[in-house]
Ligand binder design. Sequence first.
Ligand code: DQA
Length: 152
Amino acid sequence: MSTPLRLLLVNGPNLNLLGTREPGIYGSQTLADVERLVTDAAATRGFEVRAVQSNHEGVLLDAIHAAREDCAGIVINPAGLTHTSVVLRDALAGVALPVAEVHISDVRQREPFRHHSYVSDVALVHVIGEGVSGYATAVDLLIDVIAGQADD
Ligand code: DQA
């Protein structure tokens, strides 16, 4: 089967509030800005994007499972679920697609409870603390991984 030219973009709980949520930490760009940035970055490499944001863990799991059918990789900012969710981690491991983990803020420099990620060892790409522009970096690095796998 040929590799589908589509990425799933997943944004976890509270990221719908981007733009107004703790702007000193997360900046002033909105979720719509993030989705546009990712869509544009992917388009320059010939990929489409399907974007999902939810405050409900099960909705995120269903979107990740569905990605098996028609996506080549997943860019995810799991938000607070990064630090709590075994089921999110299991979903990502279960679909076995390449994953890029993104955090807008530098979670390594914040409260100790943000230092552990359940997702990090199932992700091949990590972009942490580069602000919203980190999503575009993650797209590029993830597509490099996908292109490398297609060459194998
Ligand atoms: C975040 C960091 C998480 O610790 C936090 O719960 C978020 C956003 C980030 O993008 O910096 O909601 O993932």
